[in-house]
Design a protein around this ligand. Structure first.
Ligand code: G6P
Length: 369
């Protein structure tokens, strides 16, 4: 087992560190910036239907559902197709409306999650085109879908998903670019810029991983906290949910992810000087808004851990801790900002003496209802 862990103390840490490589494996042979090209072989046979879809429904559970949320923002933004995101377990039992020109895409690391499998069977019976984004080759979901894309992240052993999530998001980014290109919703210039952004991700993640020592310092300070709040807007809202989930799963600290602006409709009541608030405060179109969210937290004496764009000084002055992320386009932002949150959950869990790779009560793949 020590050999399988490749010198890392846990599979989860190894898998976090693998991400520059695994993301590269996900897009290798599928996109290129010399010459500019994008090609998802697994979707070839269904591309006309997918491009003309009236609606796309993304379904998943757990972390895969968070990837689906990022996918919703991506596909609506770049390809202008209406997208809905559903928990597989809700979708299958709520008598959903599924039309023949809908495309249902199941997202699943294992390809075996019982609720997701049942949801695709339902969608197939209703006559929808059903696709999969899965990691485990030959698993049940890829076998039962009409077509799909493998994430190629390699085996993920840690129960808490890390590299499978970033691989899923990478596939969704590629799909959104491809659809935007085919639907004419992207200019040539934007298309090229987006592809370039994707190819720059592995190097940027390498750089982010260098903040591990800082993350350890932060972890030491907050390892005994009883609650955490994670805030983000836009693409960073699902990242906030994912950061909170990682912490809950492996450290057993209660954590909530929230869209930053919704904070004032509830969670703000919880904030006091013992409450760590992790804010994804990247310089993007909603930067000014997130700055005021940070001010709102500080006014209530909350403790801010901010994930910021390299060189940001405004947030740095207000926050208690800042972790820097290299500048990047918004569409790859989720891939970058989730990395320090994975590391934070990991180190807090280790410091609390938790079983990181096999947290209590959780299974890698939930094959029962
Ligand atoms: C379990 C795992 C999670 C995973 C979820 C969905 O809860 O512990 O890490 O996100 O199942 O699994 P899937 O294999 O469908 O992505």
């Amino acid at each position: 087992e020590a050999i399988e862990k490749g010198g890392y103390e846990h599979f989860m840490l190894k898998e976090i560190y693998e991400q520059p490589r695994s993301i590269h494996d996900t897009y290798r042979g599928r996109i290129s910036s010399d010459p500019f090209d994008i090609h998802l072989g697994g979707l070839y046979s269904v591309l006309p239907n997918l491009t003309e879809a009236k609606r796309i429904i993304l379904i998943g559970c757990g972390t895969s559902w968070h990837a689906a949320l990022v996918g919703e923002y991506l596909i609506e933004d770049l390809a202008r197709i209406p997208v809905e995101v559903e928990y597989a377990s809700e979708f299958r039992y709520r008598n959903p409306i599924i039309n023949k020109d809908d495309v249902v895409i199941a997202i699943s690391q294992s390809g075996e999650t019982a609720d997701t499998l049942a949801a695709i069977r339902l969608a197939k019976e209703a006559g929808a085109l059903v696709l999969g984004i899965c990691n485990v080759v030959g698993s049940s979901i890829p076998r039962e879908t009409h077509a799909g894309v493998y994430t190629h992240a390699g085996p993920e052993i840690g129960v808490a998903s890390t590299k499978a999530f970033t691989a899923q998001v990478t596939v969704l980014i590629m799909m959104a670019i491809l659809l935007g290109r085919r639907r004419g919703t992207l200019t040539e210039e934007r298309y090229r810029e987006l592809i370039r952004e994707v190819t720059l991700v592995p190097d940027k993640i390498e750089k982010i991983l260098q903040s591990e020592e800082l993350v350890k310092v932060i972890s030491e300070r907050f390892k005994d906290s009883r609650n955490f709040l994670y805030l983000g807007r836009g693409y960073y809202f699902p990242v906030a949910l994912e950061g909170a989930l990682k912490l809950k799963e492996i450290s057993y600290i209660h954590a909530e992810g929230y869209p930053a602006a919704e904070m004032k409709h509830g969670p703000i009541a919880l904030i006091d000087d013992t409450m760590p608030v992790v804010v994804i405060a990247i310089k993007d179109s909603s930067y000014e808004k997130i700055v005021s969210n940070v001010q709102e937290v500080k006014a209530r004496k909350g403790v801010i851990i901010a994930v910021v764009t390299e060189g940001d000084t405004t947030i740095k002055e207000m926050a208690d801790y800042t972790i820097e992320i290299p500048e990047a386009g918004e569409i790859v932002g989720a891939l970058l900002t989730v990395i320090p949150l994975q590391l934070l959950a990991y180190h807090i869990a280790v410091m609390r003496g938790c079983n990181v790779d096999q947290p209590r009560n959780l299974a890698k793949s939930v094959t029962v209802e």
